[in-house]
Write a protein that binds this ligand. Structure first.
Ligand SMILES: *Cc1c(COP(=O)(O)O)cnc(C)c1O
Length: 371
């Protein structure tokens, strides 16, 4: 039997009637850009995130980019980013002409290490941009305290964290702005591209909306030079349906994570570390082992698909070759990139399948005998 990493079609199969009805409603309505379906989703998602505002945009990269632009970050400015995030986090900083300044993760949580933050702050720093990697919330309180002390803004990359909680509060309203992606494989995924920014700052929300709509509030009146980046009403209608199932689907992910934790406790792989204040969204279940390539190959030979998030950290990508960061500049990110492996997880992976994955991992990666 083949165990895929994530089967995105099953989401449609489970919700087919509701989703077909939502799509048909938009197509029949004649509102193909902005309109009531988008507003309804924005209101529902803001409420879900415990935030005052949600602005739908075209994708997750645009959410980060437009939030930074609305914060008036630009050339000469620096933005602190995670060294082991998806490259979009860095690219958004470059899109506004600012410089991404990477900070290494805590090797236990794989999230931005707040103890390393202050050393990276310079007079040019404007924003701290932590990623909630794998759906594990970053340790926000020290990050927010450091930001306040240095008069910096905090933008969170929550593209993997729909539904996660930090100290009991949903991700979405802690920092000055929170960027979301609705890429199909995310915990809340559209049937195409989509993104949003949530915030409690009314002015910031209005600026992001303005920037994503050609700098225009009233038709053909362009107050600023803007962009075209809006969340499609068809995608918004689909997301409204899926949002109603998000908690249940995240609970299924959590049940798979619990099974992995239990069944892998005597295996040679390191399981994720979850601080007691964290309620992860379990976008990914990432194990760590020096023998990563061997484990991935063994699992592949048993038709179990795994992925690596991410095999090459941004500073070692060709895209950043000109910044002179390639030679062991970020040893923790580099070591993680060589030893992490994401096991199959998702709302449509059965517990039987997860048990099969766990058994295969335990067999192929046995803990060396303790003397
Ligand atoms: C998916 C993702 C993004 C980008 O989202 P898109 O919608 O694909 O542009 C940004 N940051 C992180 C951490 C992501 O996982």
């Amino acid at each position: 039997m083949n165990i895929p990493f994530l089967d995105v079609r099953s989401a449609y199969q489970e919700l087919r009637e509701e989703i077909d009805a939502a799509i048909a409603r938009v197509v029949a309505s004649g509102h193909y850009i902005k309109g009531p379906e988008l507003t309804a989703f924005e209101e529902a998602f803001a409420a879900y995130c415990e935030a005052s505002h949600c602005v739908g945009v075209g994708n997750g990269l645009d959410a980060l980019h437009l939030a930074l632009r609305a914060m008036q970050v630009g050339p000469g400015d620096e933005v602190i980013v995670s060294s082991n995030t998806f490259i979009a986090t860095w690219l958004a900083v470059d899109l506004v002409g600012a410089t991404p300044v990477p900070v290494e993760p805590d090797p236990n949580t794989h999230n931005l290490d707040s103890n390393r933050l202050e050393k990276a702050i310079t007079p040019r720093t404007r924003v701290i941009l932590p990623t909630h990697l794998y759906g594990q919330p970053a340790d926000l309180d020290p990050i927010l305290a450091i930001a306040r002390r240095h008069r910096l803004l905090v933008l969170e990359d929550a593209a993997q964290a729909h539904g996660a909680r930090y100290k009991g509060q949903r991700i979405g309203g802690h920092g000055d702005a929170v960027a979301w992606s609705f890429y199909p494989a995310k915990n809340l995924g559209a049937f195409g591209d989509g993104g949003a920014v949530t915030t409690n700052d009314t002015e910031l929300a209005e600026r992001i909306r303005l920037l994503g709509n050609y700098g225009s509030r009233a038709k053909y009146v362009n107050e600023v030079r803007g962009f075209n980046s809006r969340l499609d009403p068809i995608q918004a209608a689909i997301l409204s349906v899926k949002l109603r199932h998000l908690d249940e689907w995240n609970a299924r992910r959590a049940a798979i994570a619990a099974l992995y934790f239990e069944r892998l406790k005597d295996s040679a792989v390191r399981r994720p570390f979850v601080p007691d204040w964290a309620e992860p969204a379990w976008h990914l279940y990432v194990v760590t082992t020096e023998a990563r390539d061997q484990l991935a190959a063994d699992l592949a030979s048993r038709n179990i698909e795994t992925l690596v998030h991410y095999p090459i950290p941004p500073h070692r990508q060709g895209a950043y070759a000109d910044r002179g960061m390639r030679d062991a500049a970020m040893p923790i990110a580099e070591k993680l990139a060589d030893s992490i492996l994401s096991l199959p997880i998702g709302p449509h992976l059965s517990l039987d399948q997860a048990a099969e994955v766990a058994a295969a991992v335990s067999e192929t990666a046995r803990r060396p005998m303790k003397s």
